[in-house]
Design a protein around this ligand. Structure first.
Ligand code: SF4
Ligand code: SF4
Length: 166
């Protein structure tokens, strides 16, 4: 099971490309109302949190290409800016706190190595506030900005972080 989830996470951008292109074709060819996409985004938000941006969205895929051209520079900030105009990002970001699936820590197996925090763009930006393993800090997976890249889950050497219901 762990191998399957790590495989899916490591191939996330490929899934995003395929699903994003299919969604774009479906919307443009069959004139699917953007309201349906919004409802779909809200439903996925209730179940999974903000997965739409990094797993399903054609625009998200384009932004990831732009970011990859200049990973440490200005382009990486554009990823956040383009979401300002997207109601799916607003709503599902808010739903990160309440979604059925969440990023959860198994304290018993965690070795406090800190690798998860180093991978997370939220905890690296605000380490005084967020941490995936320090109990005194806020779990970045519940924050508005977490787009469920799941790098934290992938990087943990002990399988202590999971994206699960309980
Ligand atoms: S999925 Fe994990 S690494 Fe990615 S933003 Fe959310 S908490 Fe951070
Ligand atoms: S990477 Fe895993 S073991 Fe290391 S601190 Fe994070 S949860 Fe704990």
């Amino acid at each position: 099971m762990k191998k399957i989830s790590h495989f899916l996470i490591s191939k996330r951008t490929i899934f995003l490309a395929i699903i994003g292109v299919l969604m774009y074709i479906a919307i443009s060819r069959y004139n699917i109302s953007l309201w349906y996409i919004l409802i779909f985004g809200v439903i996925t938000g209730v179940v999974f949190g903000k997965v739409f941006c990094r797993w399903l969205c054609p625009m998200g895929f384009l932004m990831e290409i732009v970011m990859s051209l200049n990973p440490d520079g200005k382009f990486s900030q554009m990823y956040q800016y383009h979401k300002l105009g997207c109601p799916i990002a607003w709503i599902s970001g808010y739903l990160n706190k309440f979604s059925i699936f969440k990023i959860k820590l198994n304290i018993d197996t965690c070795k406090n190595c800190g690798l998860c925090d180093k991978q997370c763009y939220i905890s690296t930006l605000e380490p005084q506030k967020y941490s995936l393993y320090k109990e005194t800090k806020i779990n970045p997976g519940n924050s508005y900005s977490c787009s469920k890249c799941l790098k934290c889950v992938e990087v943990c050497p002990n399988g202590s972080l999971g994206y699960r219901v309980k």
